[in-house]
Design a protein around this ligand. Structure first.
Ligand SMILES: C[S@@+](CC[C@H](N)C(=O)[O-])C[C@H]1O[C@@H](n2cnc3c(N)ncnc32)[C@H](O)[C@@H]1O
Length: 225
């Protein structure tokens, strides 16, 4: 999916993925990541997700990256936060205490622009991209967050999904292929969510599951001593 596709979704208000409440997997599993207070969490392709606010309220430094200026404007309006803005390279950094939201293409960000990232929360980001873009995206994520000790990734899977239009399908093997060299990948939870998507049923989907994965750095999980 290119920038035009996403900008059009935001212009037309076709943002059915937006939850408007903290993501339930984030809320349920955040403590498992066992991050020290004040950790910095990257939320790639964040839309106007309130997960940024939820993380900030828990004392984390939340770092979002989002292509759409409409999403960034909506986020600022709906959160009531006053964000300062500064152009930085090809992107604009909107920021306030405990939160920064980078407006622009994640592929145009360099690691030097970001603070050191301790963890990544990816909900509907990897799975927002067609297969040809997911490898480059996973590499870029690991370039931007080279020392992240944990990731929480939420994706959907359906045998009826196509690689032409979202929702794209990502399974555990693919997560391991992208991240398995550095991270141990554990399935936390899988839910059948087909009933929530009548439009996809009309498109011929007969199965749709959502899975939350926890990724823990292999060198973090080694027994000590
Ligand atoms: C399916 S939505 C998920 C949004 C968010 N993670 C959530 O849970 O609400 C994908 C988002 O990624 C943004 N996006 C797509 N490609 C991007 C890119 N290359 N760089 C930054 N943001 C991008 C889109 O504008 C869209 O808001």
């Amino acid at each position: 999916m290119d920038a035009d596709f996403w900008n059009e979704r935001w212009e037309k208000g076709e943002t059915g993925w937006h939850e408007g409440r903290p993501n339930p997997y984030l809320v349920q599993h955040w403590e498992r990541l066992a991050l020290p207070p004040g950790s910095t969490v990257l939320v790639p392709l964040c839309g106007k997700s309130v997960d940024l606010l939820w993380l900030r309220e828990r004392g984390a430094h939340a770092v979002g990256v989002e292509l759409s200026g409409i999403a960034v404007r909506d986020f600022a309006e709906e959160s009531g936060l006053t964000l300062n803005a500064r152009r930085d390279g090809a992107l604009t950094r909107h920021f306030t205490g405990g939160l920064e939201l980078w407006e622009g293409d994640i592929f145009d960000l360099s690691p030097g622009q970001l603070p050191a990232i301790d963890a990544v929360f990816d909900r509907a980001a990897l799975m927002a991209l067609p297969s040809r873009m997911r490898g480059p995206y996973a590499r870029q994520l690991q370039r931007l967050a080279p020392a992240a000790r944990a990731m929480l990734i939420v994706t959907t899977y359906s045998p009826q999904a196509s690689d032409e239009r979202p929702p794209f399908s990502v399974d555990a093997d693919e997560i391991r292929a992208h991240f398995g060299e550095t991270y141990r990948v554990e399935v936390l939870e899988t839910k059948d969510i087909l009933a929530d998507f009548p439009a996809l049923q009309r498109r011929g989907f007969r199965s749709l599951t959502e899975t939350a994965y926890q990724l823990v750095r292999r060198d973090e999980s080694k027994p000590t001593g």
